[in-house]
Design a protein around this ligand. Structure first.
Ligand code: SF4
Length: 338
């Protein structure tokens, strides 16, 4: 199988060019075509000579892969299905919002973390995406040139595939790449502690933590990760970093009726997050099969939000997007490739 160019950083592209006996500037041209102009074919790379392309093609493929399925929501949200191996496919969701176009990207086929309320977690883990697979989700969609933001919040736990995700962040933020500010990127995690520390030390992008319950025993019922990396330890780590400037931290809190939506939980959450400059996003739970809980009522969500706000925590009820095409939070199931 040929090595692919997509996913390589500038140094990697220069090396690829050199390995074909070409000058390093060809590597720079490749970065421009792939990441700045986001083309999907060799033919589009008009300033690279035929001979140079032929030499590159002997050893490399571009690595761009078109989606094999898509669905469009009545609210404009668009879900794409990308093949990532012989048998697996992952989903990416493009969410339009006024002048923003946010792409929710997947980092793994399935997920090892097994959160009970999540369709991705239910299907188990089928492999990591490489950096090229992640970047392809940005390049091979119709809205590629319009994208303004991204959230690593699709299928998989991004910190369980840290190196590939870090490679994608490098391409997104580098001058030779997309040239995005880290402020346009948010990584969402359930708190894989050792990698979270690395992320906070090495990256400057925003962080979203899936918290969902302030009480350890209750959180464990829904999220097996609580056993290895308790939420208290995650919050203690976050407290050591500065979120008063450019980088922001938010906590995601999916609301289940009769489970985590009352005053007791709101007060415990307030205590847990005390002293951290953060936002809490309340998320409507989308019913999935064979799961006992329903979404909290609007009344309960509003009361919960007001209690947090009155105690100095910025709190919003996140509007649901793409529910009719199963693209909302926790609904991404990916699929076996057809
Ligand atoms: Fe994995 Fe995130 Fe789903 Fe948990 S919520 S199973 S970490 S994809």
């Amino acid at each position: 199988m040929k090595d692919k160019l997509l996913g390589k950083n500038l140094a990697g592209l220069k090396e690829a060019a050199a390995s074909c006996g070409l000058k390093p500037f060809v590597g720079k041209q490749l970065a421009e075509w792939l990441y700045q102009k986001r083309v999907r074919s060799w033919d589009a790379m008009t300033n690279i000579s035929k001979d140079s392309k032929a030499r590159l093609q002997e050893s490399f493929e571009l690595g761009t892969v078109a989606p094999i399925g898509e669905a469009r929501s009545s609210d404009g949200t668009r879900k794409y299905l990308f093949p990532v191996s012989e048998s697996q496919a992952v989903e990416a969701v493009m969410i339009p919002d006024e002048d923003r176009r946010t792409l929710c990207v997947s980092s793994q086929a399935g997920c090892k973390m097994g959160c009970k309320f999540c369709m991705t977690g239910r299907q188990g883990w089928h492999g990591n995406l490489d950096t090229g697979d992640i970047i392809n989700q940005f390049i091979s969609i119709e809205e590629s040139s319009e994208l303004t933001n991204t959230v690593f919040m699709g299928m998989g736990e991004p910190l369980d595939n840290y190196d590939a995700v870090a490679g994608a962040i490098e391409i997104l933020t580098a001058d030779w790449g997309f040239g995005w500010s880290p402020k346009r990127i948010t990584l969402s995690t359930i708190g894989v502690l050792p990698k979270l520390r690395r992320y906070l030390d090495e990256q400057h992008c925003h962080l979203a933590v899936s918290l969902h319950n302030p009480f350890p025993e209750e959180r464990l019922q829904m999220m097996p990760v609580q056993k290895a990396w308790p939420v208290q330890d995650v919050v203690d780590l976050i407290r050591q970093y500065d979120f008063s400037g450019q980088r922001r931290v938010s906590f995601e809190y999916t609301m289940f009726a009769g489970f985590n939506d009352d005053k007791l939980h709101a007060d415990a959450l307030i205590r847990l997050l005390k002293g951290i400059e953060c936002r809490v996003n309340l998320i409507r739970f989308h019913k999935i099969p064979d799961f006992p809980y329903e979404c909290a009522t609007d009344k309960a969500m509003t009361a919960f939000r007001d209690r947090l706000s009155n105690n100095g925590i910025t709190c919003t009820i996140r509007s649901s997007r793409g529910e009719d095409i199963l693209a909302a939070c926790g609904m991404l199931a990916g699929q076996q490739k057809r």
